[in-house]
Design a protein around this ligand. Structure first.
Ligand SMILES: NC(=O)C1=CN([C@@H]2O[C@H](COP(=O)(O)OP(=O)(O)OC[C@H]3O[C@@H](n4cnc5c(N)ncnc54)[C@H](OP(=O)(O)O)[C@@H]3O)[C@@H](O)[C@H]2O)C=CC1
Ligand SMILES: Nc1nc(=O)c2c([nH]1)NC[C@@H]1CN(c3ccc(C(=O)N[C@@H](CCC(=O)O)C(=O)O)cc3)C=[N+]21
Length: 286
């Protein structure tokens, strides 16, 4: 029997992100024409981690595509907490910088919580500041974490109903799982959040109408762990021998899903497109 073609089940994060970026570009052009404001993003990367450098490069390329001014603040591995805080304060004070992104993870000797707290919440392009996280929790979504926001945008674009659905999230980090839970609760889903200490993960994933997986454990989710017709978002990224893999065993799980994101080409590009949207949002409000 011929192998079935599952292409129509794939959520195409690349073309979705192009669509979002096109809208951002139009907004950027309008802001330049009407107010003479050029949106600006400053990224701070401490150290020389190759993966982090690659992610920062992807963000700068996106800025170029949409007309956002991007500045690369690559600080040495030996940077002290004081130096980092000073750089953040300088960027907070700059009128031409509307978004500040502190690339994570930071080197061991630096404290990411106090650094994040120092970023002006109005310039918090990542949406990680406790002020913005708190607003998200009370249903006021402005600058919110980009990855879960990208998932929500994809659900909207593909007309997936959220209200009343059982949404299961695997992973409870501050950047993926927790804000994802808040966004889904804000849209009246019934939400379960699973993690390493979840006794019977399959019991939850098998019942998920919407499944969001962000653990960094390659191919954690197998076909026998998902419900027929589920909508699945794979946030995870594992690099192995020059290739990237997700947390979901895509080739087999796609046979049961109604919609599913691939890795690469799924959630990643959407994260970056939402980041662009945030910088435009902050520049428009300034
Ligand atoms: N595509 C994108 O744009 C982005 C991708 N990522 C990727 O998403 C993944 C998650 O990132 P992040 O949230 O920062 O990572 P963290 O390591 O901070 O969090 C991972 C989460 O997964 C849970 N977990 C780990 N192993 C298991 C397991 N076997 N079963 C159930 N839960 C498990 C952890 O639980 P516990 O805390 O209890 O150990 C934790 O809550 C990574 O691969 C990262 O590279 C991240 C951000 C953006
Ligand atoms: N302050 C901060 N903000 C972040 O948003 C942030 C961070 N720190 N630290 C690291 C994670 C990771 N992350 C990714 C974004 C896009 C892709 C992406 O576009 N990936 C491509 C593949 C690229 C490849 O080939 O490896 C894709 O999935 O198609 C991946 C990962 C943002 N992060």
């Amino acid at each position: 029997m011929a192998e079935e073609n599952y292409d129509s089940r794939k959520i195409d994060g690349r073309s979705l992100s192009k669509k979002v970026e096109e809208q951002v570009k139009q907004g950027v052009d309008k802001l330049k024409a009407e107010k003479g404001v050029i949106p600006g993003l400053a990224t701070i990367l401490v150290g020389e981690d190759p993966a982090s450098k690659m992610y920062v490069r992807l963000k700068h390329k996106a800025c170029e595509r949409v007309g956002i001014h991007a500045e690369d603040h690559n600080m040495p591995e030996s940077t002290t907490q004081e130096e980092l805080m000073l750089r953040i304060q300088e960027l907070n004070a700059r009128k031409d910088i509307h978004g500040i992104l502190l690339q994570l993870p930071l080197p061991e000797h630096l404290d990411d919580k106090s650094a994040m707290l120092a970023i002006d919440p109005a310039k918090d392009a990542d949406g990680f500041h406790p002020y913005n996280m708190g607003k998200l929790l009370i249903g006021d979504e402005g600058l919110v974490p980009c990855t879960p926001k990208g998932v929500i945008r994809a659900l909207e674009e593909y007309n997936v109903e959220i209200q009343g659905k059982h949404a299961v999230i695997v992973g409870h980090s501050n950047v993926v799982g927790k804000p994802m839970a808040a966004m889904l609760i804000n849209r009246n889903a019934t939400v379960s959040v699973c993690h390493v200490f979840t006794d019977d993960l399959t019991k939850f994933t098998l019942d998920a109408d919407i499944l969001v997986v962000g653990t960094g454990v390659m191919h954690l989710i197998k076909a026998d762990m998902v419900k027929e017709g589920a909508v699945i978002f794979d946030v995870g990224i594992t690099e192995k021998e020059g290739k990237v893999y997700g947390d979901v065993d895509f080739d087999n799980v796609v046979k049961k899903a109604s919609l599913i994101t691939p890795v690469p080409g799924g959630v990643g590009p959407m994260t970056i497109a939402i980041l662009m949207e945030h910088v435009l949002m902050s520049a428009s409000n300034c």
